[in-house]
Design a protein around this ligand. Structure first.
Ligand code: SF4
Length: 373
């Protein structure tokens, strides 16, 4: 079976640009009336021709979101367990070249941090590490998952790319979901953005969600870091990636994350900053293309923006977020991976959702073998 990288090769950059540039108003309106969109339709909805129809896109996205998700929004929070990293991603505050103090939590510290999160009332947690295979090995991540699993209904990971066997190791330890940000689907740009370190291997990262699916992961998330490449290119490839995974692994839950690049320690000029209108076009087009897929919006976005995106398609948000390692139960003198804009606690987020007519969902799934009460 061809993998996603081989499939993506059938959608070269020039083809994507040609379809987007030649899209017409008639094609946009036709796409908005279809029950099932093909990748070409998604490109049309992302195109400049669709930009004047943002209100129509928003209405369609709102209808679909209500139909498939109701007025329910899942809450989760990330737990950063190590910011030691051997990569040099030009856009990241954890970049190995940055001389900030680093922390690598031991199992007792991880449990203490997790307990604070559990006491906030959250049931879905996401473990994150930098990419340092020797120190933060797959076994370390598995041990962390095993240690905190009794406190949570669901443990996800957002870590460096693993082999199929390593994903299996995590699943055996209680991990049920993984998110992998490709950052950009432009291989040349990817190569420049990642000058050194294991992450430089574009293909190994691109095919990681598929390896996780083969290993038996229940839920997958993909996403590009918007702002690195031209909007339409990475927006389209993100949707295409999720669409392809759903078609090939129909038993797996596949969602999309929508981070926009923001500032961090050091200097990085955002090459293709995505404005708010374009961002809304992205989310509404994604909802039309993938009506049943969860869309996750992190605390990078402001409270105002997140509250307004929920009716348009966002189904999962973080709350009570810290992007620093430690700091909840233990002292932290290190800075976070990136600046967060929405600092709302779980209670504040729950109240804000109620204020716009939505219910915060703390637990929408629980491992059937879990001993968690
Ligand atoms: S994006 Fe991830 S891999 Fe890259 S420097 Fe930051 S923590 Fe390391």
């Amino acid at each position: 079976m061809e993998n996603f990288e081989q499939f993506l090769a059938k959608w070269p950059r020039e083809r994507r640009a040609r379809i987007a540039e030649s899209a017409t108003e008639e094609q946009v309106l036709a796409a908005l009336c279809k029950d099932t969109l093909q990748p070409e339709d998604f490109l049309v909805l992302l195109s400049p021709a669709a930009a004047p129809h943002l209100e129509d896109l928003a209405q369609r996205a709102h209808e679909l979101t209500l139909r498939y998700f109701g007025r329910a929004v899942n809450l989760f929070t990330p737990l950063y367990i190590s910011d030691v990293c051997t990569n040099q991603c030009r856009y990241c505050g954890f970049n190995a070249k940055n001389t900030q103090p680093r922390r690598h939590l031991n199992m007792d510290e991880i449990e203490a941090e997790a307990r604070v999160i559990a006491d906030m009332g959250l049931q879905h947690i996401l473990l994150l590490t930098g990419d340092a295979r020797k120190l933060s090995s797959p076994e370390y991540i598995a041990d962390a998952a095993r240690r905190i699993k009794p406190m949570f209904a669901s443990v996800g990971v957002e870590v460096y790319s693993l082999t199929e066997d390593e994903y299996r190791l995590l699943i055996d330890a209680g991990v049920d979901s993984m998110t992998m940000f490709q950052e950009t689907y432009n291989p040349e740009l990817y190569d420049w953005l990642h000058p050194a370190g294991p992450k430089k291997d574009y293909s190994f990262r691109l095919n990681a969600p598929e390896r996780a699916a083969r290993a038996g992961m229940r839920s997958l998330g993909v996403g590009a870091l918007l702002g690195l490449d031209e909007f339409i290119q990475d927006a389209f490839c993100t949707g295409l990636h999720a669409w392809w995974l759903m078609r090939h692994y129909p038993g797996v839950d596949v969602g999309v994350s929508i981070p926009r690049i923001c500032s961090h320690e050091g200097s990085f000029d955002i090459p293709h900053a995505v404005g708010d209108r374009q961002f809304v076009q992205y989310i509404t087009a994604m909802r039309c293309f993938l009506p049943r897929s969860g869309i996750t919006c992190s605390s990078r976005e402001s409270a105002f923006m997140r509250d307004h995106l929920i009716p348009l398609g966002v189904t999962r948000v973080s709350a009570g977020v810290s992007t620093a390692v430690g700091g909840r139960a233990t002292e932290a003198d290190n800075s976070g991976q990136f600046d967060i804009t929405d600092h709302r606690s779980v209670e504040e987020m729950t109240a804000a959702l109620a204020g716009i007519g939505y219910q915060a969902v703390i637990k929408d799934w629980e491992d059937p073998t879990s001993t968690h009460a």
